[in-house]
Design a protein around this ligand. Sequence first.
Ligand code: F6P
Length: 525
Amino acid sequence: MNPFTRPEQRQSWQALQALADAPSAHLSDLLQDADRHSSLQFVAAGIQVDASRQRVTPAIMQALLRLADESRVLPQAHAMFEGQQINTTEQRAVLHVALRGSHASNPPWGQAISTAVQQELERFTGFAERLRSGELRGFTGQTITDVVNLGIGGSDLGPRMASEALGPQSPAAVRVHYVSNVDPWCLAAALAPLDPARTLFIVQSKTFTTQETMTLAASAKRWLTDAGCSQTQWPQQCVAVTAKQEIAMAAGYLTEHCFHLWDWVGGRYSVWSAIGLPLAIAIGRDAFLQMLAGAHAMDEHFVHTPAQQNLPLCMALWGIWNRNFLGAPTFHIAPYAAALGRLVPFLQQMDMESNGKRVHVDGSIATVGTSPVLWGGLGIDGQHAYFQLLHQGQHLVPLDVIGVRQGHAGLPLADEHQRVVLLNLQAQVQALALGRSVADTAQWLRDNGMAEADAQALAPHRSFSGNVPSSVIWLDQLTPHSLGALIALYEHKVFCQAAIWGIHAYDQWGVELGKTMAKAMENGT
Ligand code: F6P
């Protein structure tokens, strides 16, 4: 094992600091260079990224790549893919990549994992298909029309986000609903229009101890039994997805209704496992497999592509430059596709629960910044709300903008609407990059007929400093394959940043204290 080196002690880090301290060109100047547009284009697993508006120069990119090399990011990635116990605070391997067949197949355990993953995939996607086809029935013998997923955090955000993104593309054989919040309003609102005889619950919890989810599950069971479902019948209409099958079975869940995930799958990386059951019900087995294939394609790119073209690694490096050297405390993601409306909450958990850490892997306190505050939302809506701060506020807010080239074919007026969406995407990133000086603004106001004194007075308020870095992430179409690749892209970006910062990305001890206190308060201690 290599001795731990703090990131700021690396030569490349110091070189980057010197570059950051030196006078630098504004993006409006950098973008004059025609070569820049081609040299900062990336392609991986069908996703294209235009990074020409990142505030990097060839010298900065070189130093960032040296940082990746000195931090041994790609060797660390290989250790993860090989199933080494990289999550040392929980003594676990980190192998969500095995769920899409991307782990190293070193015998004997590599093969054993493949077999176990394949078996469970067959089980839960088979269950999803039987439900979709109407084969599975409720306690009165009627077909199931609605599925309610009960789970929170990683047991909710991934499948919910992907169901919303991809569900409309699949015939709605069975409606899938999600309840994560224990506030009674949420369950009551979800259940109000549903028929207990035709509703199946999926209780998703890796630990099967999460208080909120267990409370929801108990209420769901009561809702069924209050409607005439007997004590022996309710398990027919409830399914458990968990790493703790013994707890679920002790609570009465049927063996054939328990689906498994492993301790080497982190909750926020679990959409590929049986936690994806509600998604498989919403979109069908074939589409679910396509999503796994998209993620696998990104995994292949990540492990086999040299650093300078390695998209997850380069995205991580631009993020490090923005966070640690340009001093940006937050990071914004703006999808310009309404179907990706839940992407940001999903990525917030992935990024901030992974890298919101202040202690290095050796236990020392980190003095360099780690995860920025990730925030965002649909770009079209944001640009009429908080984008004001992005354009003229006091914080530098770097952003990823996600565009989908082909919108929803077949919808009325689809082409015209999509044209407006993409036009706005392009205008926003360009305006944020170029800005407009006070002098240019005054001239523009004069050109538009304003008197000199008024133009001078108004110009500061209507000028923009620009120089806001962004990447544009393009999907040709929103498909299960492209969504799978997009999620895996961010997963690996988070991994690379943790590897450079020297922090543990796969534990989440920060969420424990509040849970312990809630338990203590409940017990009156
Ligand atoms: O409290 C945080 C957390 O543990 C997340 O890491 C996890 O995704 C979520 O709660 C749900 O946990 P579980 O799946 O065990 O119910």
